[in-house]
Design a protein around this ligand. Structure first.
Ligand code: GMT
Length: 381
């Protein structure tokens, strides 16, 4: 198949998943065309992969450059000139409405193709529900040839808050266990934790919804009982507050803010515990990637997190903001080597349910069926 993929190219989970999916499809022989405003962070060379940049020209009249218009025109151009079979957009805003508009343009030329929208999280739960976006998001989701959500929770949230006229298929996120696996990086561990301290980590884009300050508050409690170090990976608007809090709580000397990192798998290989105290996560891809490296998870029980983190097995779940409970759970896991090793091995084992090889065929089948339905509807008109 010739597949177009539209996504945010940054370190966010939706862009990561879309890129991993495109790479996996290309390795299976499909021709994959990425359409984004910047090269996606995890995209690497493969002969079956094409990258089309959405470049918005500046003009003095525009305070806000019309990105969606240029994205739509780029979709039209790429679909026609590469004879794509299907377009798959990740994160509804503004990708689903741009795809709908592109298909209207292409219909006039008899060159329209089906498009699939994958819902990832705040496109539904936070941003999408804002009345300023809701009519467009609702309309363009319903106009998609097929819709998928990355967890059962996100599917239910969508049905609850939007006037849906279409079935939503749940296709969970996946992890590439060839890349995300434990590798021997003991030399890094010795440098960061010379006294054999436990290493804790958090990965996110440091937005408010991630509650990064809770990571530091939980760490402060753990550190009083168990000698440990904390690695903060990623960057975003909440980083200055997090740094300030680490200084005021007096834990900054046992922490490192590492910023955005490409080789997260290497850092996870020296990590003993992953902390994800988010206000909401539709899925929590970062936690799944940690588990694939054999790292147990302390997370909140919100959104789709209970679908991946099994309490007492792969880690523990707590209510949002319950610092005490998160620290207690962490201490139970970290208290001795036997307990830690058991949690590590169960976390790793659990990721088998989310392996790339199991999930990617679900998307391929959806593409095949959607193309078939679309063609038969078109022919019957
Ligand atoms: O929806 C967002 O906040 C952005 C999105 C992203 O691009 O990072 O994150 C969502 O999609 C990820 C991939 O499907 C999920 O793993 C994250 O849980 C989800 N984030 C939220 O729901 C807050």
């Amino acid at each position: 198949m010739k597949i177009g993929i539209v996504c945010y190219p940054t370190f966010g989970g939706s862009g990561v998943l879309a890129t991993e999916l495109g790479m996996a499809l290309s390795e299976k022989g499909h021709e994959v065309h990425f359409i984004t405003y910047q090269q996606p962070v995890r995209l690497h060379f493969h002969p079956n992969v094409y990258y089309h940049e959405v470049t918005v020209p500046s003009y003095p009249l525009f305070d806000f450059a019309p990105y969606e218009t240029v994205l739509t025109s780029t979709m039209v151009d790429v679909i026609v000139n590469n004879q794509l079979d299907i377009l798959h957009v990740h994160y509804a805003i503004p990708h689903a409405s741009a795809a709908y508009f592109a298909m209207q343009i292409l219909k006039k030329q008899g060159k329209d193709i089906p498009f699939i929208t994958t819902l990832h999280g705040t496109d539904i739960t936070l941003v999408g529900r804002d009345p300023k976006y809701m009519p467009v998001v609702t309309f363009s989701m319903n106009e998609s040839s097929a819709i998928t959500a990355v967890s059962e929770n996100l599917k239910q949230e969508t049905y609850k808050h939007f006037a849906m006229e279409k079935e939503i298929h749940v296709i969970t996120n996946f992890v590439d266990t060839q890349r995300f696996q434990h590798s021997d990086k003991e030399h890094f561990k010795k440098m960061l934790a010379p006294q054999g301290e436990r290493i804790l980590a958090h990965v996110s884009n440091f937005r408010k919804v991630k509650r990064v300050e809770d990571v530091i508050r939980v760490f402060e409690k753990i550190r009083k009982v168990i000698p440990s170090k904390l690695l903060m990976i990623g960057d975003g608007p909440e980083r200055p507050n997090a740094e300030e809090l680490s200084r005021s709580l007096g834990v900054c000397n046992d922490m490192r803010f590492l910023g955005k990192q490409d080789q997260v798998d290497e850092i996870l290989s020296i990590t003993d515990l992953f902390i994800l105290p988010s206000e909401y996560e539709s899925f929590g891809l970062a936690a799944l990637e940690a588990m694939a490296c054999g790292v147990p998870v302390i997370s909140t029980n919100t959104g789709g997190l209970p679908e991946i983190n099994v309490p007492g097995v792969t880690g523990y779940l707590s209510d949002v903001g319950d610092i005490e409970s998160m620290a207690d759970g962490a201490i139970k896991i970290l208290k001795d080597d036997t307990s830690l090793e058991e949690f590590k091995s169960r976390a790793l084992n659990h990721t088998k349910n989310f392996e790339r090889g199991k999930i990617v065929p679900l998307y391929e089948n959806l593409y095949i069926n959607t193309i078939k339905d679309y063609k038969s509807k078109k022919n019957s008109k």
